[in-house]
Design a protein around this ligand. Structure first.
Ligand code: ZN
Length: 183
């Protein structure tokens, strides 16, 4: 079934298979140096610096899923339309590196809750992940942005309008149930 209001965020990112995403504060954190070792080390310092080594990942494979996850991420920020920068990794890459993903319901949107995972990443595992993904950047099919992608403000506006039209719970807090799960 086609839906003309669909924001087509997924297609615009040129992703074809389900991926796991991890939100980062700034895209520039990922591309801070030309030297692979420096670049990976800085990324760990800037992105993977939680004291408890616990990081949120969301598994997305469609517009619907990306849109709902974007709403959940931004529900905790200043605006639902704020741009989102994130890195992505394929499930088989997560497995290869030896990162364990623990399903954990999180966020206000009922659709996105089940797409959320906790990953425990100590510094050496985080460094391995960054190095792996940064090496994969070279010669890949996403050369302008590699493993770091951005949902720009214009795209976020369309996603937010779409999710509001689907009565996503993030727009109805706190008293109403999320209806977008029925999309
Ligand atoms: Zn929702």
């Amino acid at each position: 079934m086609t839906d003309n209001n669909n924001p087509q965020a997924w297609e615009s990112l040129c992703l074809t298979e389900p991926v796991l995403i991890h939100k980062i504060d700034k895209k520039s954190y990922w591309i801070i140096s030309d030297d692979l070792d420096d670049r990976a080390r800085e990324a760990v310092n800037l992105i993977f610096n939680n004291e408890d080594d616990l990081y949120s990942f969301w598994k997305i494979g469609s517009d619907q899923e990306l849109s709902s996850v974007a709403m959940s991420i931004n529900a905790g920020r200043g605006s639902l339309k704020e741009q989102i920068d994130f890195i992505w990794v394929a499930p088989e890459e997560i497995e290869r590196i030896g990162i364990e993903l623990i399903p954990k319901l999180e966020g206000e949107c009922f659709q996105s809750q089940k797409l959320h995972y906790d990953a425990i990443l100590n510094k050496s595992l985080a460094l391995e992940l960054c190095k792996y993904l940064m090496s994969a950047d070279d010669g890949g099919s996403h050369q302008d942005s590699g493993r770091v992608l951005r949902l720009k403000k214009g795209k976020m506006k369309r996603i937010a309008a779409y999710m509001e039209s689907k009565a996503c719970r993030v727009f109805l807090l706190p008293e109403t149930d999320c209806e977008c799960i029925k999309i």
